[in-house]
Design a protein around this ligand. Structure first.
Ligand SMILES: NC(=O)c1ccc[n+]([C@@H]2O[C@H](COP(=O)([O-])OP(=O)(O)OC[C@H]3O[C@@H](n4cnc5c(N)ncnc54)[C@H](O)[C@@H]3O)[C@@H](O)[C@H]2O)c1
Length: 452
């Protein structure tokens, strides 16, 4: 194994690290039998369970450090790792410690969305490979910067859109490519979840268990509210534009990305129209209770409809996710995709639900299924760290999928409008305010420069 050489800088920027200046001098080559040392940034339910599972299903992969700004979750995460894997990791409240640690091969970023890209860029600049959770970005510009950073610093960046590693996704893509569904005319995706009215709790003093300033990071400063962050659970940060893109970002990011993959990853659409609002319960959330989005791809349309007002719909239960022979009841499956070709209709599920094609007379003419693809995705990440091949959840395509999510939200935020999009420049051509949102803003000290 060729050791990496590092420069630790005293420059300013995110967490005292500069996004503007490269810090890696060498490149890592991890041999097939070398130990891969991971570190977790963001010890919520998702990150912790995935990184532990990744160590269990791959050989010679260990966790050295866990990092969180929530001290309760940090200490619990260290105990969980020790219980599950037999060795207690070191802990830190500052991701800079991990970026400066030359032993760490790769970081697992499972923070809320506003930290995904800034942390990933720093990881690339300090020579770490990256697994970063969906939705990749909170605006269009920043995930393009991550594409540039991954290329410049020659990093493996796997985005946590695990359906990119799903065997049933690959077979659906082959089926469409074969032409058996005919010409694709329209595609409908759904994210019809249950929920209720959201009311924001009054602001409170910052609790002792939290470094609120670091949690906010690149987002604008605001007083602490227990509605946003919770000590043990997730909190409701997804109802705020500064930290997330609502349910389109949380849920539809999976179905939309899977759809792009099975369609053969079409380039950006020509326009987006989106409508959204809090008309079901009258919540005080910034992100809408319900959204309807239409993307115009020139020769077909893609829609995304959903929100949190549908308690009678359901996600695929574990019995379907873990059984390669079972399909969901498509009618009330909350995360279904419907691909309408001239010769048939393909139903596609995102939780290991597989796909079925309906022909004439209500007949199933083709189908395939497999289990929930987390294991495949985590194995693929480790294989790519060793082989330096592009991972399944590669950054360019996941940036493009994430762009659809950001486009849908921006079209709602500028007043439920149709926005025209130039795929070359990744800018809107008929709305200045939309372009301001597409670029985003960053708190002083956390800016991402144009030159990565
Ligand atoms: N791929 C999937 O199927 C899937 C499933 C669930 C969640 N997710 C994604 O995973 C991410 C995490 O989800 P979750 O449910 O675990 O959320 P969570 O809010 O429970 O966990 C996020 C953690 O990040 C920590 N954090 C925030 N800022 C930090 C910083 N600067 N440094 C270190 N830690 C910081 C928070 O304190 C929190 O503990 C989200 O982006 C979510 O969308 C993906």
């Amino acid at each position: 194994m060729k050791r990496r050489e590092f420069l630790t800088t005293g420059a300013t920027g995110i967490a005292g690290m500069s996004l503007a200046s490269p810090m890696i001098l060498g490149d890592s080559i991890v041999g097939a039998n070398d130990k891969i040392v991971l570190a977790l940034i963001g010890c919520g339910g998702r990150g912790l369970s995935c990184i532990v599972n990744c160590c269990k299903i791959n050989k010679n992969v260990v966790i050295k450090t866990v990092c969180d700004v929530n001290r309760t979750k940090l200490s619990n995460a260290a105990k969980t790792v020790e219980r599950q894997l037999g060795k207690k990791p070191t802990t830190t409240e500052d991701m800079k410690t991990i970026f400066n640690d030359k032993d760490v091969t790769a970081v697992w970023i499972a923070t809320p969305e506003h930290w995904h890209v800034p942390a990933s860029i720093l990881a690339c600049q300090t020579g770490k490979d990256v697994y970063v959770e969906k939705n990749l970005s909170v605006n269009i510009w920043e995930s393009r910067k991550l594409v540039e950073a991954a290329a410049k610093y020659k990093r493996i960046v796997q985005v946590g859109l695990q359906n990119r590693s799903a065997p049933q996704g690959f077979s659906a893509r082959e089926y469409l490519k074969s032409g058996k569904l005919g010409k694709i005319v329209t595609v409908k995706t759904y994210f019809m979840l249950g929920g209720g009215k959201f009311t924001e709790a009054p602001e409170q003093p910052i609790p002792a268990w939290l470094d609120w300033d670091k949690w906010l990071g690149p987002a604008p400063y605001r007083p602490f509210s227990p509605s946003i962050v919770s000590e043990h659970g997730r909190g409701d940060w997804q109802y705020y534009w500064d930290y997330s893109g609502g349910l389109l970002d949380d849920e539809a990011s999976h179905t939309i990305d899977l759809t792009r993959m099975v369609l053969g990853d079409p380039p950006h659409p020509k326009s987006v129209y989106a409508w959204g609002g809090n008309y079901a319960y009258g919540s005080k959330s910034e992100t809408p209770e319900f959204q309807s989005v239409v993307y115009d791809f020139g020769n077909f349309t893609l829609t995304a409809d959903g929100g949190r007002a549908f308690k009678y719909m359901y996600k695929a239960p574990q019995s379907i996710r873990n059984d390669a022979t079972k399909f969901p009841n498509w009618r009330n499956y909350s995360a279904r995709v419907e691909i309408y070709g001239t010769e048939g209709l393909m139903y596609l599920g995102r939780h290991g639900g597989g796909w079925q094609v309906l022909g004439k007379d209500d007949k199933i003419v083709a189908e395939d299924s497999a289990v929930f693809p987390d294991n495949e995705h985590q194995k693929n990440f480790i294989e790519c760290i060793r082989s330096r091949k592009q991972p399944n959840g590669g950054i360019e395509q996941c940036h493009q999928s994430s762009t659809l999510i950001n486009m849908g939200n921006i079209a709602c935020r500028v007043g439920n409008k149709q926005l025209l999009f130039d795929g070359q420049t990744e800018k809107f051509t008929n709305d200045d305010q939309a372009n301001i949102l597409a670029k985003g803003t960053y708190r002083k000290g956390y800016e991402i420069p144009n030159e990565i």
